[in-house]
Write a protein that binds this ligand. Structure first.
Ligand code: DGT
Ligand code: MG
Ligand code: MG
Length: 298
């Protein structure tokens, strides 16, 4: 009996004593705070310069092939454009401080307020949040737009961060993207008209358009295919601009006055909402109509 008690007490004592492994773990924990912690200093400071607009531009990776694989209509597929806009809307809704976004083809630019302090203005945080929110939304909403076309492989989008220090620079950046949309769309409209309606091979269409200016392409579209380019959908010609707006929502509410019967009343509530525009953003008119997008230059 005495022997059994002694053995039990000894076992309890040994269980409380730190083993060799315990000692090693505790040593590593202390070293993690000291010896290893220096590796943090390899992280670089990528804080974006103050007072600048932060633009994150995403572009679909290898979308030439992605569009072929998923049977996108040429030159513009309304489903694909709408899915891009839906994904960009989700970026505005889920992330902070984006005042305006502009998109065309497989790209979208998101403009963070120049006064934004979101994620301490760290470029990598902003860019990766935009890219991952956009990409996951593209997959998440795919079926809403492509009900008859399964998603065959995961799409991905590259991202870059560019800083613009003045309102003029930011406007010129957005003008550049919209001018790019116009040039590409006019070319693609003429090219695919020649191929789809004019019976040209792609090589012949390319040859026909070599060296032409915008006026030549407009003329070709009108005289050969009776297409007035200016009547093409504005979403194709101008791309898509997303802004924050307010809409009034009406609903009914039951009230019961202390001296009367219960009755229904109409209440309207103003809700902040992302709004979609396919207009010119190069001229002054758009900026005069939306004075809240730009913050004053110091
Ligand atoms: P990247 O960006 O270097 O990885 O390569 P891509 O192939 O994405 O080239 P990019 O971004 O210069 O051009 C966009 C491609 O996306 C272009 O080949 C046409 C395609 N795309 C975009 N929207 C549509 C559409 O609505 N319909 C069709 N058929 N193609 C589209
Ligand atoms: Mg691309
Ligand atoms: Mg592109």
């Amino acid at each position: 009996m005495q022997r059994l008690i002694t053995q039990t007490l000894l076992r309890r004592f040994l269980n409380k004593c730190p083993t060799h492994t315990d000692r090693l773990i505790s040593l590593s924990a202390r070293m993690a705070k000291s010896k290893f912690e220096y590796v943090r200093n390899f992280e670089i400071d990528d804080t974006c310069l103050r007072n600048c607009y932060i633009v994150v531009r995403l572009d679909g990776r290898n979308f030439h092939k992605f569009a072929e694989d998923h049977n996108f209509l040429k030159p513009n597929d309304d489903r694909a454009l709408a899915l891009m806009v839906r994904s960009a809307t989700s970026v505005l809704e889920e992330l902070e401080d984006i005042n305006i976004a502009y998109g065309q083809s497989d790209e979208f630019s998101f403009v963070f307020k120049r006064s934004s302090t979101w994620f301490r203005r760290r470029a990598s945080k902003l860019m990766t949040h935009v890219a991952s929110q956009f990409s996951s939304s593209y997959v998440f909403y795919w079926g809403e737009f492509f009900s008859d076309q399964p998603l065959l492989h995961p799409p991905s989008f590259d991202g870059r961060v560019v800083l613009y220090p003045s309102n003029r620079n930011l406007r010129d950046y957005l003008s550049w993207r919209q001018a790019d949309c116009h040039i590409n769309n006019l070319y693609n409209t003429a090219f695919w008209a020649l191929v789809q309606r004019g019976g040209c091979t792609t090589a012949q269409a390319e040859e026909r358009l070599k060296g032409t200016v915008a006026a030549d392409k407009n003329e070709l579209l009108f005289s050969e295919f009776n297409i007035n380019y200016n009547n093409e959908p504005s979403a194709y010609r101008k791309g898509t601009t997303l802004l924050w707006g307010r809409t009034d929502e009406a609903s009914t509410k039951k009230i019961k006055p202390s001296n009367g019967d219960e009755r229904q009343v109409l209440v309207t509530r103003s809700r902040r909402q992302v709004t979609t525009h396919h207009c010119d953003i190069i001229g002054d008119q758009f900026w005069d109509e939306h004075p809240d997008i730009l913050e004053p230059d110091d």
